[in-house]
Design a protein around this ligand. Sequence first.
Ligand SMILES: [Fe+2]
Length: 362
Amino acid sequence: MPLALEIALKLLVKLPRPLREAIMLDMRIPPISNNPSKVQLSRIGHVYFEHPDLEKFSEFAKDFGFVEAHRVKDRIYYRGYGKDPFIYVASQSPDGKPRFRGPAFVAASQAEFDKAAKIDGAIVGSLDEAPGKGQIVTFNRPDKTFFHVIYGQEERVTSAEAPSAIHEQLGPFNKPFDKPRRGKFQRYHEGPALVHKLGHFGYVVPDFDAELAWYTNNFNFVPSDILYHWDFSNMDVLTFMHLDLGKEYSDHHCFFMQRAEPHVKKIFLHHTSYEVEDFDTQLIGHNWLAKKGWKSIWGVGRHILGSQIFDYWADPSGFKIEHYADGDVVNQDTVTERDVVGPFSVWGPEVPKDFADKGDVA
Ligand SMILES: [Fe+2]
């Protein structure tokens, strides 16, 4: 945000609402819809990170519920138990600084991948070294951020039943008026919350409108929810976006973008998030991470928008990383909601004051 705007904002908030909103630039997100000219993506696949201490990260990864799929030199590919051959790539940082190197989204078809490869700035590469192989195009975005589109990976064969590191035996849940589990017992033991897949990531962005336009003009990201500033109803500050798959349902958000506060000069990753089985898994996984001495940031709680049960941790490099369960899914018939920024949880611990900040990442 330019300095002039930063100063103007401080003065404007002192004025009565009708006056300040009349003076304020219109910073609402324009209407966004999908159309066939845009590259159609089917899901988020994986993320790339560089860590100063790869061995330390691999200890954390095990406790977080990732499974090591493959290791090449200074790079580790982690998988969940879903169809993606890997969901997280951790590399040794060449200069000891932690870095987020972007998400990779799966194109809906070869034709959609080829379309992505024709967008200005596309750098075509290959995933020959990676499990499942495949093709990749990379886009360099501002502030050394990256966006990747992939296609042609060999998917994992998954079993109908989710693997678990905590269940001894598990039947259906009994409710007050309906008790389908009869004479059988729920038995758990401690362990990590095994991860199914990568669910979403989010950026905090100073040049919010331009970046949002690039992503939504080129790809099928559509807002599920838009939140506006408490002092200015004509300033949108956050959007949770899903991939529009037509009638097919997709996660409420796989990508969120937040308008940075004036003091933030560069885009930063807010967090990445990974799906786990259910509430018990979340809580047992939370206790496992705590017992292993990792740093809890916020959770366990239940979000309002997206409905997920959430649990945020700091990885050893300081990146925020989340387990979630029971998230909403939406489709083309779901109306985009617009509301003022409000509480982010319906229950759970109080949100830390610095939750919107970059955190401990150097
Ligand atoms: Fe999240």
